[in-house]
Ligand binder design. Structure first.
Ligand SMILES: [Ca+2]
Ligand SMILES: [Ca+2]
Ligand SMILES: [Ca+2]
Length: 140
């Protein structure tokens, strides 16, 4: 029984590497990997043009049950996504943000139950290396 649980957990980690330490900061590559990970499962894609400039600035990937798997946003409408959200079973697990719009992630937010911030990591000088980590909710 225990072994099965470990196996399940292992599989989930392979499918959605949510809890890995950020090693890749390049949004282009992260998006490529995210899309590649969805290619083996049945998904539907929703695209939005929030500012009506003809360019997609919000994409949602849903699983076959219609639950969110992934979402990306272009906040400053420069045609480059700068906010990536990863979901498990429709619940937000982590949000990776490019706060200075240079194409590289510099803020990683990890959530608990989809709403509470559990931990965040920040690259304050934008060199691709995390230099500030805050962990909330100490475990009893
Ligand atoms: Ca747009
Ligand atoms: Ca952008
Ligand atoms: Ca950045």
């Amino acid at each position: 029984m225990k072994k099965n649980l470990f196996l399940l957990f292992g599989m989930a980690m392979v499918l959605i590497p949510l809890f890995s330490v950020p090693s890749e900061v390049d949004i282009g590559k992260i998006r490529q990997e995210a899309y590649a990970s969805f290619s083996s499962i049945k998904t539907s894609k929703l695209e939005f043009d929030r500012n009506k400039d003809g360019k997609i600035d919000h994409i949602m990937i849903l699983d076959e049950k219609g639950k969110k798997l992934y979402e990306e946003l272009d906040y400053n409408f420069d045609d480059r996504m700068d906010d990536l959200c990863f979901y498990t079973n429709g619940v937000l697990q982590s949000e990776w943000i490019d706060t200075n719009f240079d194409g590289k992630i510099d803020l990683w937010v990890y959530l608990k139950n989809g709403i509470y911030v559990d931990r965040y990591e920040k690259d304050t000088d934008y060199d691709g290396v995390v230099d500030k980590v805050k962990q909330f909710g100490q475990k009893k």
